[in-house]
Design a protein around this ligand. Structure first.
Ligand code: 6PG
Length: 235
């Protein structure tokens, strides 16, 4: 298990540290090759981070931004992660970045999986940075416990997998999802897990104790030796 924990007193310091980490990695990648890439999660926690990244003085015209996961709703819908990224990250300096989303015109994510995989294959991952979030149910990306499609997502050697989550307080109405697979996420050069609050810290500690991937999917990224998991947390 290769986990590096960074704990902060407050969320401003947390966001500042993750901002500095991500910009440093992207800058270094851009110095070494023609393009750099960032896979970004949805959720409310990274919003202040995305707003800061939008103004980062990087050569965003050489950066590919892609989603870690998506809710299967219209890209104009309030709960669309693509919309969240467009409104918060892909603005200002970062509006020059190339963006790859997951939602396509297929009626459900299972029907849209092949097309999504083609779009992601064209990006030629590995991602330089993959930013994960975590829910209080132990999900990360859209790898939800007991979801339809989870066993396939956990074992598939492809970038994207369709998910139908079980309804819970965490999922709300957004049950149909597309997610990056662990196969894809674990190829990332840097893997960051960003979450806040004591409740989620307790879930994370529980996931650290034993590899319980089916119950707490975040566990899979803690108990692996492929890439160091950089955990960033504040109360
Ligand atoms: C999504 C996400 C998801 C998110 C967590 C945390 O679309 O739901 O990408 O994996 O990162 O649910 O969300 P919060 O930051 O809002 O708690």
């Amino acid at each position: 298990m290769t986990v590096e924990e960074h704990r902060f007193e407050d969320r401003d310091r947390l966001i500042d540290a993750v901002y500095r980490q991500i910009t440093a990695v992207l800058e270094q990648a851009l110095a070494q090759k023609s393009r750099a890439s960032l896979a970004a999660s949805g959720g409310s926690t990274p919003l202040p981070l995305y707003r800061r990244l939008a103004a980062a003085p990087l050569d965003w015209s050489r950066v590919d931004v892609a989603l870690v996961d998506e809710r299967w709703v219209d890209t104009g819908d309030d709960s669309s992660n693509e919309r969240l990224l467009r409104e918060n990250l892909l603005r200002g300096n970062a509006s020059a970045a190339a963006f790859t989303g997951m939602k396509n015109d297929h009626p459900d994510p299972f029907a849209g999986e092949d097309q999504c995989n083609l779009a992601y294959a064209a990006l030629e991952p590995p991602f330089d940075v993959c930013l994960l979030g975590m829910g209080s149910d132990g999900h990360t990306a859209s790898l939800f416990p007991a979801a339809r499609g989870l066993p396939e997502a956990l074992t598939r050697a492809a970038h994207c997998a369709a998910i139908e989550a079980r309804r819970s307080a965490v999922t709300g109405d957004n049950l149909a999802r597309m997610t990056l697979t662990p196969w894809s996420i674990l190829q990332s050069r840097r893997l960051i897990l960003l979450f806040t609050g004591e409740e989620k810290w307790a879930v994370y500690r529980q996931a650290c104790r034993a590899d319980a991937t089916a119950e707490l999917p975040v566990s899979l990224f803690i108990h692996q030796d492929r890439v160091r998991l950089e955990v960033y947390w504040a109360p």
